[in-house]
Design a protein around this ligand. Structure first.
Ligand code: NAP
Length: 281
């Protein structure tokens, strides 16, 4: 990655979870706009393949790291701080999920979901803040989920992590409101990636939930980045309406989802048999 003489509209972007479905689509959308990417994920080979598939591959950098390992996170920060052009944008996209009833979720799975989806984005944002504040176009984009706004049976820990991420984003947006750093939040509904196991795909079909393409999420994320002001977006219809109804009349959503419990329980049990513990897939 050569970043010393970048044009004013070219940004250096740290994209976490680049090796995943949404990360892959985002990397292509951002690289096509001329931005330089630090591609983060755990799977080095997948990141290198992604990098080689991007336009002007030599402009991007592969930075494999397990974000749950403090030492590897430190190495990643060292790389960011050593870049001549700094880092303008942090996209907290890496995430894990687990579709399971609470009784089937052990401590290790809870910890992994909360750390990956909530603690890591908060720590990374804190540790990169000084760099982002040096940029004229500093920004953080946190990838949340509709399940952070509609508590959904079978996703209590995942929903808690995304709900926490939204709370963090909202407070930080205000904390940095008098600075140049913009703070965005994007909440997709179901997306067609390998984050979702067969049982989750089956559940979505049975409940009539639509899944968006990763490309659509990438477009929305780029729109936030290019939109200028700090903003949050919720994706999908009728999910956007359900989020509003849930905020105003949660008991209505309670009864609608309780009626679906037999279907949710059946798919959750199928998922538990296929993925007994730990993060999925
Ligand atoms: N798919 C959906 O239905 C959906 C809906 C709403 C929101 N989201 C959110 O969108 C984001 C991206 O999800 P996705 O669908 O693209 O999932 P994905 O395809 O499973 O990709 C997840 C990414 O996170 C990375 N990751 C996970 N744990 C990590 C760790 N400890 N250290 C470093 N990287 C780690 C993975 O790296 P490796 O592959 O290298 O392990 C991978 O790049 C997540 O935050 C997710 O919660 C997804």
């Amino acid at each position: 990655m050569r970043a010393a003489n970048k044009a004013s509209n070219e940004l250096n972007i740290l994209l976490t979870g680049a090796s995943g479905g949404i990360g892959h689509a985002l990397a292509h959308s951002l690289a096509a706009r001329g931005h330089r990417l630090l591609l983060q994920g755990r799977n080095k080979m997948a990141l290198e393949q992604l990098c080689n598939s991007l336009p002007d591959a030599h402009r991007h950098l592969v930075v494999p790291a397990d974000l749950l390992d403090p030492q590897q996170r430190l190495e990643l920060l060292r790389t960011c701080r050593s870049l001549p052009g700094g880092v303008d944008v942090l996209i907290n996209n890496a995430g894990v999920a687990r579709f399971a009833l609470l009784g089937d979720t052990d401590d290790a799975a809870m910890r992994s979901i909360l750390e990956t989806n909530l603690l890591v984005p908060m720590a990374l944002t804190r540790d990169l803040l000084a760099l982002l504040q040096q940029s004229k176009q500093g920004a953080v984009i946190n990838i949340g989920s509709a399940f952070g706004h509609i508590g959904h049976p079978g996703f209590s820990i995942y929903g808690a992590s995304k709900s926490g991420l939204h709370g963090f984003t909202e407070a930080l947006r205000r904390e940095l409101g008098d600075s140049r750093v913009r703070v965005h939040y994007l909440a997709p509904r179901a997306v067609d990636t390998s984050l979702n196991t067969d049982a989750v795909v089956g559940l979505n079909r049975a409940l009539g939930n639509h899944a968006d393409s990763p490309q659509l999420v990438a477009e929305q994320c780029v729109a936030l980045l290019e939109g200028g002001r700090s903003a949050r977006r919720f994706m999908g219809w009728p999910e956007r309406l359900f989020i509003k109804v849930n905020a105003l009349l949660p008991s209505l959503v309670d009864s609608a989802l309780v009626k679906k419990m037999p279907v949710i329980r059946r798919f959750a049990e199928q998922n538990h048999l296929q993925h007994p513990q730990g993060e999925t897939p």
